[in-house]
Design a protein around this ligand. Structure first.
Ligand code: COA
Length: 251
């Protein structure tokens, strides 16, 4: 458990579990403990009759700056690959049997962007920005994004996002299909939780089948996550990745 992730079932939104990034002083950068807490919450939702939808939220002006680069540096220095906590979180996300929505206000970097490829509905404030500097960090795309993004937005936009590291505004992310609706900053949390509550009120079995049909083969996504992770792990140990992490720490 870590208080950098707040897991709640807000009474105003019946049937909803919210998972909120709560490490604003570090731009909600995600540590191994945070991945573990989120994986546990997603897995618990599958078996809890009281939870019918999960909503990911951030803090004011920041969804998440992605993986904690200190953890990446530690893995690089220790000669370790991608940590198991990250993979367990991704597996839990893909294997979620109930709808997952997300609400973004502001910064969404790295997995703070690719997480939405796994969400069923994403709301973003007009000031949001989506960016994945994987290649600039000498890394490769993760979270199944190399499979899901080109499918969703076509090769050019996926390449711009995942390989060229171009930032997408909220409107561009919406146009690319990564975001469902763009709203005002102060509206994100209530609208996201409201959406989740609406889904939570639907006949659960029909919704589960509909969602499975729409999402398609989970095995294919897991296989791509594993393939990406093999490259990612090797890249983490590379001298150029270590240099990139150290450069960030020195800023
Ligand atoms: N890992 C660890 N710490 C991070 C972090 C990350 N991914 N992102 C931000 N932080 C920390 C900063 O080190 C800083 O800590 P400090 O106050 O102790 O120095 C604090 O969060 C605030 O960040 P700062 O860079 O000062 O804020 P900013 O508004 O100027 O810039 C970002 C915000 C997100 C653009 C910038 O922090 C950044 O580029 N972060 C790295 C993003 C990244 O590469 N993520 C990994 C993707 S795979």
């Amino acid at each position: 458990m870590t208080d950098h992730i707040i897991v709640e079932q807000p009474s105003a939104y019946p049937g909803v579990q919210s998972i909120r990034f709560n490490r604003p002083e570090k731009k909600n950068a995600i540590t191994r403990a945070m991945y573990r807490t989120m994986a546990d919450a997603l897995n618990a939702a599958n078996t809890s009759p009281n939870i019918r939808a999960t909503a990911f939220l951030g803090t004011e002006g920041c969804f998440s700056a992605g993986n904690d680069l200190n953890d990446f540096l530690a893995a690089a220095m220790g000669g370790r690959g991608l940590e198991q906590e990250i993979l367990d979180f991704l597996y839990a996300l893909v294997n979620s049997e109930k709808p997952v929505v997300s609400g973004v206000d502001g910064l969404a970097v790295g997995i703070g962007t690719t997480i939405h490829l796994h969400c069923d509905l994403t709301i973003a404030s007009s000031r949001s920005q989506f960016r994945t500097p994987f290649v600039d960090l000498a890394l490769v795309p993760e979270a199944g994004s190399s499979l899901l993004a080109p499918r969703l937005m076509g090769h050019q936009r996926a390449f711009a996002l995942l390989a060229a590291g171009e930032a997408f505004s909220a409107e561009e992310a919406k146009e690319a299909g990564l975001v469902w609706k763009v709203v005002e900053p102060g509206e994100v949390d209530a609208l996201t939780l409201g959406l989740a509550a609406k889904l939570a009120a639907k006949p659960p079995e029909a919704l589960r089948i509909a969602r499975d049909l729409i999402r398609g083969d989970r095995g294919e996504i897991i296989a791509r996550i594993d393939e990406e992770a093999r490259y990612f792990s090797a890249r983490l140990k590379s001298a150029e990745a270590r240099a990139a992490f150290e450069a960030f720490m020195r800023r």
